[in-house]
Ligand binder design. Structure first.
Ligand code: URA
Length: 237
């Protein structure tokens, strides 16, 4: 079930504001009945006419992209940098589910389903995100424990995290590790390690829920498989 004005806006007919005006002005019909109530919800089976024109419902699509470094996770960039949409040519109005930094690579989901995006990015829903990190310095056990318990950053305390596969390069004084978190605040992983004095030199997201980079090459995208989508939706239900 989706709000009528949202369905009209998503079809590309007009903006959500204008769709609301058209509804209240009596210009919208749902299954041959004029609807003027703004809260009206419709399903994919309802037939909608706006100013006498049939609204084409946009089919929902879900992609995973193996994002390379050097791309912004927005639909456009004020500095003219390349965006992840340059890598997923599409006639639908898709956008990234959350963000990966310009210099972060890895699993990035893209969709035109706003409800799915909200569910996936809500910290209430505990969708696991796993990252491979390369850190400056040698991460001590106590620092790792501190991060995993939750630390106070800016205005919030991070939820429990898991760190595994810690490997040291004693010659270069760097650490490789895998961290799993269930949130996705701005620069979160970088800030968590920087809290203990370790700069993140490289960051790659290797898993989002059940979705991994398996068999994908950098810069490549594909549709989510039905079981992957189902697993992600089940996680939040
Ligand atoms: N945490 C970060 O700091 N950056 C990302 O891109 C993703 C998670």
């Amino acid at each position: 079930m989706e709000r009528l004005q949202k369905v009209i806006a998503n079809s590309g007919y007009t903006s959500r504001r204008k769709a609301e005006d058209l509804i209240t002005a009596g210009k919208v019909k749902v299954n041959d009945k004029i609807v003027t109530e703004l809260g009206t919800k419709v399903t994919s089976k309802d037939i909608i006419y706006v100013e006498g024109k049939l609204i084409q419902r946009e089919e929902k699509v879900y992609y995973v992209l193996y994002k390379p470094e050097g791309y912004v996770s927005t639909t456009s960039d004020e500095f003219g940098r390349k965006t992840v949409l340059d890598l997923v040519p599409n006639s639908k109005r898709i956008y990234p589910v959350g963000r990966l930094d310009y210099d972060t690579s890895g699993v990035l989901l893209l969709t035109n389903d706003g409800d799915f995006t909200n569910q996936m990015t809500s910290p209430k829903n505990h969708v696991e995100k796993e990252y491979h990190v390369k850190l400056e310095g040698l991460l001590r056990k106590e620092e790792s424990t501190l991060i995993c318990r939750g630390i106070k950053l800016d205005t919030y305390k991070t939820k429990k995290a898991k760190i595994k596969d810690v490997k040291y390069n004693k010659k270069n004084l760097t650490t490789l590790a895998t961290i799993t978190i269930t949130e996705g605040k701005y620069h979160q992983v970088k800030k968590m390690f920087e809290f203990t004095g370790h700069k993140v030199l490289k960051l790659k997201r290797v898993r989002f829920g059940a979705v991994t980079l398996e068999n994908m090459r950098i810069g490549e995208h594909r549709l989510l498989k039905p079981y992957e989508l189902k697993q992600l939706k089940n996680l939040v239900n």
